[in-house]
Ligand binder design. Structure first.
Ligand code: G3H
Ligand code: ZN
Length: 276
């Protein structure tokens, strides 16, 4: 069943665990991620980006996810990742998303508050959960500085003004394939002592196991993973290419996505305990 993420994230924060957010982009990646969630019996986020919606079509990708959901017993959240356009967010809510992110991180504080409130007005009546971002989590190749990191007092102000359900924070993680991240744990700790809504980490690919445990023990309740799943998919595909039937290689790609998702779910579930 599709669920929203409110209770899931609140409970994760209380229990010192994180909920996995896994981006899917086609049938096979959705199948791999959802099979892992079901096998581990751990409700998680199955996330779709605007780029995937442009690639596959909103109706097609949501139908794939919803159809696979019918075959399983574990609940999950169907989430829009990095939504930037309120019109598209409205369409996603109508298409059955149970959680949406409004990414106003490119805006100044006041504009970010305004666009977040606009999306909350669309989502709240439908019981759709809302994630926003304050500060800016960059991408590999982007020139970043601590100036883009989330400021603890501003984070508190942002949550009070918007009443958002969860907040993505910029504390040093980076989107994409990175080998080293310099995470500002003191800043994270300060944000999590002030802000009581669940905190979200973007740019999960490249986090060490130690980072994962430390992030969770410092108040993170959701970790977003995209690039590692796409890499896993391509590994499965490339290693099993044959001339005749693409379904063989695609089955391996699905299995690789499933394995990577399962391993991450195990770490997220161990959570703060792993940091002891
Ligand atoms: O929103 C998606 C995530 O932040 C994924 O980041 O590609 O580094 O795993 P990643
Ligand atoms: Zn992200």
């Amino acid at each position: 069943m599709l669920i929203n993420s409110k209770e899931l994230l609140i409970n994760a924060r209380r229990e010192g665990k994180a909920i996995g957010h896994f981006n899917v982009f086609n049938y096979e990646s959705a199948k791999g991620v959802i099979s892992a969630i079901n096998g581990k019996k751990k409700p998680s986020f199955v996330a779709i980006t605007e780029t995937t919606i442009r690639y596959a079509g909103l109706g097609v990708i949501t139908s794939i996810v919803k159809e696979i959901a019918k075959e399983i017993e574990t609940d999950f959240v169907m989430h829009l990742d990095h939504g930037k356009n309120p019109e598209l967010i409205k369409e996603c809510i109508e298409a059955g998303f149970t959680s949406v992110m409004i990414d106003g991180s490119a805006f100044h504080f006041e504009e970010n508050v305004d666009i977040t409130k606009k999306v909350i007005a669309l989502a709240r009546p439908k019981e759709v959960s809302i994630e926003a971002e304050l500060g800016h989590v960059g991408r590999v190749g982007e020139i970043m500085s601590k100036g883009y990191f989330s400021k603890p007092s501003r984070a508190l102000e942002f949550v009070e003004l918007t009443e958002v359900d969860s907040l993505a924070v910029a504390v040093g993680t980076i989107h994409g394939l990175v080998t080293e991240m310099n995470i500002d744990y003191n800043r994270l700790k300060e944000i999590s002592s002030k802000v009581k809504v669940p905190l979200v980490i973007h740019g999960g690919t490249g986090l060490t196991t130690k980072d994962i445990y430390k992030l969770i023990s410092n108040g993170v309740s959701k970790i977003n993973i995209d690039t590692s799943l796409r890499i896993a998919f391509m590994r499965g595909l490339k290693q099993n290419i044959t001339e005749a039937d693409p379904r063989g290689a695609l089955t391996y790609a699905t299995a690789e996505v499933k394995t990577v998702t399962e391993k991450l779910i195990e770490k997220f579930e161990k959570g703060a305990k792993g940091d002891e």
